[in-house]
Design a binder for this molecule. Structure first.
Ligand code: SF4
Length: 637
């Protein structure tokens, strides 16, 4: 191949509010190296095709055919409600999408009237909360944020309801932010995905095929790069590859992305290569460059970097040492050229303040560094390149990239997508933004470490920082030490207060079910969290259930955490989460319900003076934490 035409795609489904950044990075990088590259986003296009007036008329016809002749009780509620209210859905779907695209703000008043869209599907949680709170839920959830936010929430529930109709009546793999996720996540065998890809195609498959063929025709691509960031992209990614191979058997298909990097490191099933030609792991820039040179006949196959190929029916991993990864300072500026920036949807499905920032509004995504400068947490993938290889770029390089993105997109909002943004670079960048008098709005993940003094937090806020998220994890000093997090609860209190005082919203990642965590420690953790909310240190949070993963210190050295990993099946396809036995017995599932209930209420300022035990259905121990623990920690600042 001499004349390479490259097409990069992010398969459905990911976030709907903004493009996933991988193709933007690679397009910018490859164009810098003079390749002809186009990028497209089939995820947003698929949603807009399905949820259009025409799409709904086809969904209606498909549902009527699928459920023809069945008795009423055999038709899912979502399907019968949709069919009964079809005209209301068909008449409001496009105005709602335009509203969520920010193109028709005046619709907000009609949406808030609660008489505009049908509320039969997707609104259950809201209706339940309204019943409990006497119709006051929207008021509590959004405070005085106003009509636009409430309307976005209602329109998002409406869209989520339509996704449920598709899920129940047409394609059970389909969800709004993931597609066929269960087929791919930690699945040791390829059979489920293979059967699904080769099985009966649904209306959603047909729509995706149409979009893929349109892209292939308009770009004339002979190389197709598909990024698979999550398990919920894999099914659609392989369907796209299948369509491309059927359309043009000569096309070269390459897979990469976060899912591949974490889950496909023990890949053995050759059937995956029915759909693809190359699979590369870890950072994509150099492997892709080597591969494209190989396709042009300028580099032997033996010089590929971290790339799986199929040879004589067996998978081979080629990892030449002749070339090295591209330093972060040289990866170039991402470009969004080719992506329909005016079509993304500001979805707001949960009245969680951080979730709103995450899913509402369009953000230019950029990384300050490659990897994590801490790289020590025992639950994290610290053995993998995306965490372990730390490589930063200077603040002025980052700022130049940001200015180029603003010039291209006209948008000044940035999400720093580092796993943990390095404080030194953040501060230097903030000072440069202030010096230049730029208007930028930004947010990102940090470690709650001592460097973030009140003064530093003020500088970051002055440069446009509106929110930070960070790990408080198990909120217990014994367990934070065991997980090598490098922070204490008192330190987190002081750092988060510094951010809050500077006017920055703080979201805490919380965790429960860590090895050896007792019931009493979980209750104490919630007491710490209650006090942090009460003292105004944090405004948002999310409890994650601990999972032992293959690439983490816990997964690699379970004996150090006094747990036993369950014997694994022979891995032919994906592997990530590990089952384990913990001799410290604790019903984490039951505790999880109470933790989530408490947090949901704390985020709305409810129950902050109540005993934490009220949130649990079963009896739990009294917290042992001093009721003034966080207040005293703040006084020591
Ligand atoms: S959990 Fe965060 S801070 Fe810890 S090693 Fe992973 S990326 Fe770094």
């Amino acid at each position: 191949m001499t004349d390479l035409k490259i097409l990069l795609l992010t398969p459905p489904m990911t976030q709907l509010n903004t493009p996933y950044p991988a193709t933007a990075y690679l397009t910018g990088f490859l164009r810098m190296h003079h390749y002809a590259v186009e990028q497209r986003d089939p995820a947003i296009e698929l949603i807009l095709a399905l949820l259009s007036k025409h799409g709904l008329s086809e969904i209606k016809a498909e549902l009527e055919a699928n459920f023809e002749g069945l008795s009423e009780e055999d038709v899912p509620y979502e399907v019968s409600y949709f069919l009964e209210n079809y005209f209301a859905y068909a008449n409001t779907v496009e105005p709602c999408l335009r509203f969520l695209q920010g193109k028709d703000p005046s619709l907000a008043i009609r949406l808030c009237s609660r008489k505009y869209v049908p509320e039969g599907i997707g609104f259950d949680a809201l209706h339940q909360m309204e019943e409990l709170e006497g119709g006051e839920h929207l008021f509590y959830a959004f405070g005085n944020l106003g009509t636009q936010d409430k309307a976005k929430y209602l329109a998002s529930l409406f869209i989520a309801g339509l996704a449920k109709v598709i899920n129940e009546g047409i394609d059970p793999r389909f969800e709004l932010s993931r597609y066929g996720e269960r087929l791919a996540a930690s699945n040791p065998v390829f059979d489920d995905l293979h059967d699904s890809i080769e099985g009966q195609e649904t209306f959603v498959d047909d729509a995706l095929k149409e979009i893929t063929l349109r892209y292939l025709k308009e770009t004339g691509a002979n190389v197709l790069g598909i990024t698979l960031p999550f398990p919920g992209n894999v099914y659609a990614g392989l369907k796209i590859a299948q369509t491309a191979k059927a359309f043009n058997p000569e096309i070269k298909v390459i897979l990469g992305g976060g899912y591949v990097n974490t889950e496909l490191r023990s890949l053995k099933d050759p059937r995956v290569f029915q759909y693809v030609d190359y699979i590369s792991v870890d950072d994509g820039e150099r492997p892709l460059l080597n591969l494209l040179e190989h396709l042009k006949g300028e580099r032997p196959e033996s010089e590929l970097l971290r790339t799986y190929v199929l040879k004589n029916g067996l998978i081979e991993f080629i990892n030449s040492k002749k070339t090295h990864d591209i330093p972060h300072r040289d990866v170039g500026t991402p470009t969004y050229d080719g992506l329909p920036l005016d079509k993304y949807l500001s979805i707001c499905e949960l009245p969680n303040p951080m979730h709103r920032i995450w899913s509402d509004g369009r953000w230019n995504k950029i990384t300050l560094a490659h990897g994590c400068y801490w790289n020590k947490c025992s639950f994290c993938d610290v053995s993998l390149d995306y965490i372990a290889r730390y490589d930063e770029a200077q603040a002025d390089i980052i700022l130049a990239r940001m200015e180029a993105l603003i010039a291209e997109t006209g948008q000044t909002g940035f999400h720093f997508v580092d796993e943990a943004a390095p404080p030194k670079i953040l501060l230097a960048l903030a000072q440069k933004i202030i010096e230049k008098g730029l208007t930028i709005t930004w947010w990102g993940n940090v470690r709650f470490e001592k460097t973030f003094t009140p003064k530093v937090a003020q500088i970051l806020a002055a440069s446009g920082c509106i929110a930070v998220s960070g790990g408080l994890e198990v909120a217990s000093d014994r367990l934070l030490k065991l997980m090598n997090k490098g922070v204490t609860v008192s330190q987190v209190a002081r750092v988060t207060q510094a951010f809050t005082d500077a006017g920055v919203l703080v979201h805490a990642y919380l965790m429960y079910g860590f090895p050896s965590q007792t019931q009493s420690e979980t209750i104490d953790a919630l007491e710490n969290v209650r006090q942090l909310f009460k003292m105004g240190c944090i405004q948002s949070g999310y409890w994650h259930r601990f999972a032992a993963t293959v690439h983490s210190p816990v997964g690699k050295n379970p004996e150090m955490f006094n747990i036993q990993i369950a014997p694994q099946e022979d891995i032919w396809f994906a592997s990530n989460d590990l089952d384990f036995y913990d001799p410290v017995q604790c019903d984490h599932d039951a505790l999880g319900k109470g933790l989530n209930k408490a947090l949901y209420n704390y985020m709305q300022g409810i129950g902050l003076d109540e005993d934490v035990r009220i949130w649990f259905e079963d009896k739990v121990p009294r917290p042992k934490v001093n009721p003034n623990f966080i207040e005293s920690a703040l006084r020591q600042a």
